[in-house]
Write a protein that binds this ligand. Structure first.
Ligand SMILES: NC(=O)c1ccc[n+]([C@@H]2O[C@H](COP(=O)([O-])OP(=O)(O)OC[C@H]3O[C@@H](n4cnc5c(N)ncnc54)[C@H](OP(=O)(O)O)[C@@H]3O)[C@@H](O)[C@H]2O)c1
Length: 246
């Protein structure tokens, strides 16, 4: 079967690796990202790697007016979609967002509002089709509020709750909803952070997201050991957690 795949935020470090995995199985890809030059380079790369067909659409995903066209075109081009990935996001500087309400709202818009708005529209489309996998990239940062990234984490946490409910709704329509929660991944998003042994490559994370999409499960930590790390982090009592200053 040739899978028909829509990827939103396709030029993200992780999403590019997911797209490469799909290209290797000769999938048909519909890529959405805001930078046409990056989209072109990615398209050329994916064709060389075996993608049967690559279509692109350039849009800033904070522009909600672009959503109807993105969804209708991606559905129409091959007569349906087998898998969708929403991958766009930003990691705002925590100190800056604390003193800049515009940055705060922009971060919530990109990491939460645009994502759930797209999910709601895609849900209707896949529900009508009565098949498909709808995957979203969350984060382990959504598992517990931390001093250093609670604005980003709160958007991912709200997203997890939204996705959990959407999954229950779409189960009746044979549509699977997958939330992938990566830990630290080496991508442009984290390039300014000092790296530690828990960082994995974008390639490893991308393979993890791809596996979660082709063998869908509700929530997938990426790599798997983050499930246990975050299980421990969640049960640390608040007074001790405060002293850890994470
Ligand atoms: N890296 C990590 O450690 C990590 C950990 C957990 C979760 N995640 C999540 O993984 C996902 C992918 O992130 P990444 O690590 O691959 O980071 P990345 O390489 O920095 O990718 C972020 C992507 O989001 C796109 N984007 C940002 N604002 C946008 C907008 N307004 N409209 C359209 N696209 C927009 C960027 O587009 P441009 O290419 O045009 O800049 C970029 O392609 C995100 O949801 C992130 O929160 C990452």
């Amino acid at each position: 079967m040739t899978r028909r795949v829509l990827i939103l935020g396709a030029t993200s470090g992780i999403a590019q690796e997911v797209a490469r995995c799909f290209a290797a199985e000769r999938a048909k890809l519909f890529l959405v990202a805001r930078d046409p030059e990056k989209l072109k380079a990615l398209t050329d790369d994916l064709k060389v790697r075996g993608a049967e067909s690559v279509e692109t659409y350039a849009a800033d995903l904070t522009d909600h007016s672009s959503y109807p066209l993105i969804i209708s075109r991606s559905l129409a081009v091959w007569g349906g979609l087998d898998a969708v990935l929403i991958a766009h996001g930003i990691l705002p500087d925590q100190v800056s967002v604390e003193s800049n309400p515009a940055l705060l709202l922009n971060s919530i818009e990109i990491n939460y509002i645009s994502v759930v708005s797209l999910l709601m529209r895609l849900a209707i489309a896949l529900e009508e089709q009565r098949s498909g996998v709808l995957a979203v990239i969350g984060s382990v940062a959504g598992d517990r509020g931390r001093r250093s990234n609670y604005v980003y984490g709160s958007a991912k946490s709200a997203l997890a709750t939204f996705v959990a409910g959407l999954r229950l709704r779409l189960a009746a329509a044979n549509v699977q909803v997958v939330l992938v929660k990566p830990g630290w991944v080496r991508t442009p998003m984290t390039a300014h952070l000092s790296q530690n042994f828990l960082f994995v490559s974008a390639e490893q994370a991308g393979r993890g997201v791809y596996s979660a999409m082709i063998s869908p499960r509700a929530v997938v930590y990426c790599p798997w050991y983050w499930k246990w790390i975050m299980g421990l982090v969640r049960i640390i009592p608040e007074p001790i957690f405060a002293k850890l200053n994470l």
